[in-house]
Design a protein around this ligand. Structure first.
Ligand SMILES: Nc1ncnc2c1ncn2[C@@H]1O[C@H](COP(=O)(O)OP(=O)(O)OP(=O)(O)O)[C@@H](O)[C@H]1O
Ligand SMILES: [Mg+2]
Length: 246
């Protein structure tokens, strides 16, 4: 059964129709590449799945039942995690503090609770190890490379029992070696049965790691097909509008 289903989802901001009547479903352990030109509505679409925006119209279903998300924390409770395009990390904090931001570990009882830094450093270290990232828990985010920042953002999703991970341009601003690292992380999540939506402008990334590609143009879904049945040329045509829809 589909872990997530979008049924006729739309979103407008005033007169701007950012997302227009989009439907699709996502199976457990499936990687879907979400492609489209700047302003096509990709980020807006995943933000509705992550509880950042309420859809203007349409419904979301998880495991067959309708869900209504008012806030990101509600999406998280359903097992939906998002790695935002701008990453939204705190530069002045350590890697570990960013991983645990908003869900800090504490020790002690009742009013005598204190933050358990040792436990957070330890657990963050374990997650970076698991992700095969060289990121160190005590490093400050502002001194990190783009790829290490990605690892911190992805590590956040490992704290919860995620069923769906939405990644908005995780490879846009990082080096070739780091891209390979992020694609490996995606495979690692997939192998655990997590469904992934990967927004990317990079054709090679999508064709390397995705099972399916969805193309959006001006808010509408113009393609939704298996990677094996498509080609970078076709997807480019769909993105630009040279191909109307398939
Ligand atoms: N908070 C907002 N308020 C008003 N308009 C918005 C808002 N967020 C997005 N939009 C508009 O919605 C449309 C879709 O934007 P969106 O960010 O979803 O595009 P995108 O496909 O993610 O583009 P990019 O590839 O550049 O990240 C654009 O016209 C954008 O200006
Ligand atoms: Mg975007």
């Amino acid at each position: 059964m589909a872990v997530l289903e979008l049924v006729n989802i739309s979103k407008h901001f005033g007169a701007i129709q950012a997302v227009n009547d989009v439907s699709f479903s996502l199976e457990p352990g499936e990687v879907v590449g979400l492609m489209g030109d700047n302003g096509a509505g990709k980020s807006t679409l995943v933000k509705m799945i992550a509880g950042n925006f309420r859809p203007s119209e349409g419904r979301l279903k998880m495991d067959g039942s309708e869900i209504v998300l008012h806030r990101p924390v509600e999406a998280r409770r359903h097992g939906i995690e998002i790695v935002h395009q701008d990453l939204a990390l705190c530069n002045n904090l350590t890697a570990a503090a960013n991983v645990f931001l908003g869900r800090e570990l504490r020790r002690g009882i009742g009013p005598f609770q204190v933050l358990d830094y040792a436990a957070m450093y330890r657990r963050a270290g374990e997650i970076f190890n698991e992700l095969k990232s060289e990121t160190r828990p005590r490093d400050l985010v502002k001194q990190m490379s783009g790829g290490q920042r990605q690892a911190v953002a992805i590590a956040r999703t490992r704290l919860s029992d995620a069923k769906i991970v939405l990644m908005d341009e995780p490879t846009a601003a990082i080096s070739v070696r780091q891209v390979a690292e992020v694609l490996n992380l995606i495979r690692l999540l997939r192998d655990q049965g997590i469904a992934i939506v990967l927004i990317s402008h990079r054709m090679p990334d999508v064709f390397t790691v995705a099972d399916r590609v969805i193309v959006m143009r001006r808010g509408q879904k113009v393609a939704d097909k298996k990677i094996a049945d498509s080609s970078p040329e076709e997807v480019t045509g769909l993105i630009t509008g040279a191909i109307e829809r398939v």
